[in-house]
Write a protein that binds this ligand. Sequence first.
Ligand SMILES: [Zn+2]
Length: 107
Amino acid sequence: MDTYEIERIKRADWLELAFELFGRDLTDWTFVCPRCGQFQTARDMLRIGLQEDQIEENIGINCIGNFNPYNTGCFLKLSKNSREHELEIIMEDGRKQPIFKFLKPAT
Ligand SMILES: [Zn+2]
């Protein structure tokens, strides 16, 4: 039996959630890799040498471990066939984008 469940969220709602959690500065948005649990932001990716035009295709999709010379052993890259992500964004055109979950503040 397949018990794998993916939460889906419309892009507009996902953006609203991000603004609520982290504000308007995209480099503050904090994602959690579902495999290694590492927190990661666009700022972290820029700091280890990614270029700005590489951020959008990687942040929340490919673990920072893929780029980090001090990698902790995680090379997760999400794709539509991934079985590790728990969240997908439904894009305006209906396409589903697998994405890491945001770091939720402790409640
Ligand atoms: Zn990872």
